[in-house]
Design a protein around this ligand. Structure first.
Ligand SMILES: Cc1ncc(COP(=O)(O)O)c(C=O)c1O
Length: 390
């Protein structure tokens, strides 16, 4: 039996049918089980920023695991402390909670907001204001913060105390935030919702309203963070300083990690408030540190900005493209004829991997090391696919 046939039998069918079984990767390339090579513009869903099989995180993981693996959070371990210091220095925030995924980073954010809200405003100050079109993960709290109703309905009842408003609607935000608000939780660029960039004035208003009502402003940077958008964090491009950011995807080259990075809150978590067995596990933290080092040494944040700008401009000029959205190497290509899933299939036949982020838009979120030639090849492939349709 093939890997695909075995997978269909042994793995729960929570994903649509998968197009390929991948067996090896190098940089921006991956190979399937028939040894066909593909240009990977998916990067494990905006995760593998250094490219596939980068030696630095692999070596750091092995070295640390061979010296001291997991010890639990009953004890300190150097890699987690060093990674926390690094994330604080990069973000300008000042303390970190480590977990294992983006959803868990958001769960921690929701709990921190409620802990803080209750401390300063009592039990009534517990509400989370979130945005229509948002995606924050699949655990129950993060799912309730998420907008898409079909993802939620089968699992109701979900936790209460969440309110959604349309993005970039100042009046709706003003009406929603009040003394009952514990936090406003937004993605500065809505990723899964279709790569929609929030207006800077809107984020500024969110900051002002949070200050006025002693609420936390939390940015979910699970997808936008760690250099993907051409700065270490998307918030740097807005001039708005959040109280906390949730991170995950690009942090450790595909190893499971999430982080909530927050400013020091006198009313933040106390011992016993929150925990997870694997959070900050030494080998994974070591691989994350090696990832951050390599992003820095190889100039990948700047590369994401430069190649991203080229891609956005070249893709927008293609006939058959209605609009291009995003920042750095987080890009959506809205198609005139609107069949993104067919376009993704056609690109697969031309050995280019992308995913349809909505019915009408493709998402391009390659490794941050994408070269100019690879970017040109991607544009040529999409151009050929779109021309063949006309
Ligand atoms: C903005 C955002 N937040 C949270 C998540 C959930 O992350 P995870 O799948 O690691 O739980 C995602 C995943 O796509 C995301 O894009």
């Amino acid at each position: 039996m093939s890997i695909a046939e075995r997978g269909a039998q042994a793995i729960m069918p929570t994903y649509p049918p998968r197009a390929l079984a991948l067996v090896r990767g190098e940089g921006c390339w991956v190979w399937d089980d028939a040894d066909h090579r593909y240009l990977d513009l998916v990067a494990g869903l905006a995760v593998v920023s250094l490219g596939h099989a980068h030696p630095a995180p692999a070596r750091a993981l092995l070295d640390q695991a061979a010296r001291l693996g997991h010890v639990s959070n009953l004890y300190w371990s150097e890699p987690a402390v060093a990674l926390a210091e690094r994330l604080c220095a990069l973000s300008g925030l000042d303390h970190v909670f480590f977990c294992n995924s983006g959803a868990e980073a958001n769960e921690a954010a929701i709990k921190l907001a409620r802990r803080h809200g209750r401390e300063i405003g009592g039990a009534a100050k517990h509400e989370l204001v979130c945005l229509e079109g948002s995606f924050h993960g699949r655990t129950l709290g993060a799912l309730q913060a998420t907008w898409a109703q079909p993802k939620k309905l089968p699992f109701e009842p979900l936790p209460g105390g969440f309110r959604h408003v349309p993005p970039n609607d100042a009046a709706a935000l003003r009406a929603a935030v009040g003394p009952q608000t514990a936090a406003v939780l937004v993605e500065p660029i809505q990723g899964e919702g279709g790569v929609y960039v929030l207006d800077v004035e809107y984020l500024r208003l969110a900051r002002d309203l949070c200050d006025e009502h002693d609420a936390l402003l939390i940015f979910d940077e699970v997808q936008t963070g760690m250099g993907r958008c051409g700065t270490w964090f998307a918030f740097e491009q807005t001039g708005v300083m959040p109280d906390a950011i949730a991170l995950a995807k690009g942090l450790a080259s595909g190893l499971p990690i999430g982080a909530l990075v927050a400013r020091r809150l006198a009313t933040g978590f106390q011992p016993g408030d929150h925990a997870t067995t694997f959070g900050g596990s030494a080998p994974i933290a070591a691989a994350a540190l090696a990832t951050v080092d390599a992003i820095e040494q190889e100039g990948l944040v700047a590369n994401a900005a430069t190649i991203g700008a080229y891609l956005r401009q070249a893709l927008a000029a293609l006939p058959g493209v209605r609009e291009v959205r995003g920042a750095g190497l987080l890009i959506a290509v809205e198609l005139v004829d609107g069949d993104a899933s067919q376009a993704a299939t056609d690109l697969l036949e031309r050995a280019v991997l992308v995913n349809a982020v909505s019915a009408t838009a493709l998402r391009i979120c390659p490794p941050l090391c994408l070269s100019e030639q690879q970017a040109e090849a991607a544009v040529a492939a999409l151009s050929a696919v779109l021309r063949a349709r006309v």
